[in-house]
Design a protein around this ligand. Structure first.
Ligand code: AMP
Ligand code: ZN
Length: 470
């Protein structure tokens, strides 16, 4: 029985899909004006885990992710510059080039983190017509007003406005400092359509019944979710910062237009923070995946680090923590290599006991992952199982491959890792140097091997070569 924490009800709830055996999932995608930082990537890892847990629980998942390539302003209060236009100025490129470049970079990042891509990607700029249609419906129903800078949603007209963030505490904290665009009727009102500036031309702009301009950020996700998953679908996700504004405003539009909260379960991932505080592009303390790779980390070590914290807890990032995760991952890879080498047949007399233990591990694993995605407990269980002397190597290997459907650490690749000829050649050379007692030279070759991502261990049964970075 899968239980998920629903921000809407503020409770852990049993997941009951709208259609038996199926799950519709919408995850807010990246704003493609810069590289995703590792905080953003933590949210995508959490969503990937959710998707894998759904699949492991035998749901057929239909997953939609948007690419925000227009309309996300530098301030959530509908002021500031369009992030894409800002990126274009910074790099002296067109907004279209910026969007294409950073979309590619994002797809590369999620691939390196073994995040499964969605079934459908959609760009905000490909849904302008649908967004205009939604705004027209809202206008007809009396939820909009026009001021000099755009068309706005009047939140005072919707009695239920703010149902996602409306606990007194959150309301006060997160919205106290909302800036007011002049002419806005209520501080919580938000732009549905912004007009192009009177002087100068935007690179991205479209005609509309109200004037030339571009859509506000909160409309695209409503349109794309409903278009692909139906007017009510199962799960909508994002980072925790989306609760108070982006998702609140998405819900407001769907409720006003269609009388429905358009998704039933709203899941939010907590933030990755740095020991120095928040990681945000505006704070200038951004770490991107590429930085970590350049430092010699396996991107999956970052995934492993994220698995070690529950998605609803803050995760404090440091290079030391990442080193710890890399070590654990290397250990895990090593264990798998040993398991595949050690294929001693299990004693058939103990067969029943073994099968009972295996089933027990499977049951506990399922229990943890279905308890609101408790990955830290599932990881700890995996290590307990690896150390369990009652389980033979072959069964351990099978269980690990099964668990990895959810962990996504690419464990099945380990068996396939072949030591490149170049490395094998270096190992031979080192052996020769050692035989001739040229220990200094032998150590130099060992260092070179390490530089190339492999370590060698001299064991009683001979030399072992291990890959340290996949
Ligand atoms: P953006 O590209 O700014 O729209 O953000 C992409 C996703 O990353 C959203 O779901 C955000 O809620 C999430 N996010 C932003 N900052 C962080 C952070 N420091 N830790 C975790 N998730 C974040
Ligand atoms: Zn969104």
């Amino acid at each position: 029985m899968l239980k998920l924490y629903n921000t809407l009800s503020r409770k852990k709830q049993i997941f009951k899909p709208l259609k038996k055996g199926k799950a519709g999932l919408y995850t807010c995608g990246p704003t493609v004006y810069w590289f995703a930082h590792i905080g953003n990537l933590r949210t995508y890892i959490f969503e990937d885990i959710l998707k894998r847990v759904l699949e492991y629980s035998h749901y057929k998942v239909k997953h939609i992710m948007n690419i925000t390539d227009v309309g996300h302003l530098t301030s959530d209060a509908d002021t500031g510059e369009d992030k894409l236009e800002k990126g274009a100025k910074r790099e002296r490129k067109t907004v279209w080039q910026i969007a294409e470049f950073y979309t590619k970079a994002f797809k590369q990042d999620i691939n390196r983190l073994n995040i499964k891509p969605p079934n459908i990607w959609i760009k905000a700029t490909d849904t302008i017509k649908d967004q205009l249609n939604l705004i027209k419906i809202l206008e007809k129903k009396g939820f909009t007003y026009k001021i000099s800078d755009g068309v706005y949603f009047d939140t005072s007209k919707l009695k239920t406005y703010g149902r996602l963030w409306k606990t007194k505490k959150r309301q006060d904290k997160t919205r106290a400092r909302v800036e007011m665009v002049s002419g806005k009727k209520n501080p919580t009102d938000f732009a549905l359509w912004k007009f192009s500036p009177k002087t100068g031309k935007r690179q991205m702009e479209w005609k509309s019944p109200w004037g030339v301009g571009f859509p506000g950020w909160h409309t695209e996700c409503v349109v794309m979710g409903i278009k692909n998953l139906g007017i009510v679908f199962d799960i909508h996700c994002g980072g925790i910062d989306h609760i108070s504004i982006h998702h609140t405003n998405e819900i407001a539009q769907a409720e006003a237009a269609y009388g429905k909260v358009f998704a039933r379960y709203w899941l939010h991932g907590e933030f990755l923070i740095l020991d120095k505080g928040k990681m945000a592009k505006s704070e200038g303390n951004i770490i991107i995946l590429e930085n970590l790779i350049k430092k010699g980390f396996n991107p999956l070590a970052y995934r492993y680090l994220c698995l070690g914290a529950h998605y609803r807890s803050k995760l404090c990032f440091s290079l030391n923590a990442l080193k710890g995760a890399q070590n654990s991952l290397d250990n895990l890879y090593q264990k798998i290599t040993e398991l595949t080498e050690n294929s001693s047949p299990s004693n058939s007399k103990h067969y029943e006991n073994i099968s009972r233990s295996v089933k027990n591990y499977q049951k506990r694993f399922l229990g943890f992952i279905q308890d609101d995605l408790n990955m830290p407990k599932a990881l700890a269980l995996m290590w307990q199982m690896i150390k369990d002397k009652k389980i033979p190597a072959k069964a351990k290997y099978k269980l690990l491959m099964d668990f990895d459907k959810v962990f996504g650490l690419d464990l099945s690749q380990i068996k396939k890792i072949k030591i490149p000829e170049k490395i094998q050649e270096l190992v031979k050379q080192r052996e020769q140097e050692r035989k001739q007692k040229n220990y200094q030279k032998a150590d130099e070759i060992r260092a070179e091997i390490k530089k190339q991502g492999y370590v060698i261990e001299d064991t009683k049964t001979g030399i072992k070569i291990k890959k340290i970075s996949v």
